[in-house]
Write a protein that binds this ligand. Structure first.
Ligand SMILES: [Zn+2]
Length: 244
């Protein structure tokens, strides 16, 4: 089978469409983890990009929330927090120091006017002085892969090539949510649960395009919408074009 992503090389590995690091330590092994055939090159590149995105996203998860057992710990450990450094090799310690240095480069002064992708950034009363820069590019890469991957997984191995237009919604989440609600998105869409805090909605329109909603985390969920468009059907604006 060809790689679901590049569709050029042989899919010799499986890509976890929802990254493994997003599942908690308490997630039962019976929970479905969607996969798609992926070549080594794409798998490596996607993983690198997802590490950048989700390390930051996981840092934004409430560490006091036991519903998220395991996932924030993973991010914290990556930066050397909550670890006994004396048990680490010099190499491991150096790697974590590097990760922490990188993390500090993402910390920026709090600016309430700064436009942050849906649900991200400081919220009143949270961390009034600092926030983490959000990696837009990596989110685009992940969403492109998520849309191609989910279509492949849910639609009998369907390949999404360059004939399709892929997009994700930007702007204030509430505006997009209201627009889609008026169109009855969640009533008409099919919902899939991949663990206690990972939910996917997919709506297939008769014209052949698919609309997705991805919700991560239980409290303060991170929500992102995307679509796969084959025809010239109109979609709610504004959106970011993430076609290749
Ligand atoms: Zn590939």
């Amino acid at each position: 089978m060809l790689c679901f992503y590049c569709q050029e090389r042989e899919g010799v590995t499986n890509d976890h469409i929802i990254p493994k690091r997003l599942y908690g330590t308490d997630t039962p092994s019976t929970v479905i983890r969607p996969i798609a055939p992926c070549c080594l090159e794409c798998n490596g590149e996607l993983q690198r990009s997802e590490k950048v995105l989700f390390d930051r996203l996981l840092m934004a998860v409430d560490t006091n929330d036991t519903d998220h057992n395991g996932i924030n710990d993973r991010a914290l450990r990556n930066f050397g927090f909550r670890l006994k450094t004396r048990d680490m090799s010099l190499r491991e310690r150096k790697a974590r120091e590097q990760n922490l240095k990188k993390l500090m480069q993402w910390v920026i002064p709090y600016d309430e006017k700064r436009n942050i992708f849906p649900n991200m950034g400081s919220k009143p009363g949270d961390y009034p002085k600092y926030m983490l820069k959000f990696p837009d590019e990596e989110l685009k890469v992940f969403m492109r892969k998520f849309l191609k991957g989910m279509e492949h997984y849910l639609d009998n191995g369907r390949y999404i090539g360059s004939e399709a237009k892929l997009g994700m919604f930007s702007g204030v989440e509430d505006v997009i949510a209201a627009e889609l609600k008026s169109q009855g998105f969640e009533d008409r869409a099919k919902a899939y649960e991949y663990g206690p805090w990972i939910k996917v909605w997919r709506l297939v329109e008769p014209e052949g395009h698919s609309l997705y909603k991805l919700s991560l985390f239980k409290t303060k969920p991170f929500i992102v919408y995307g679509f796969v468009l084959i025809t010239d059907q109109p979609v709610p604006k504004p959106y970011i074009d993430i076609s290749e």
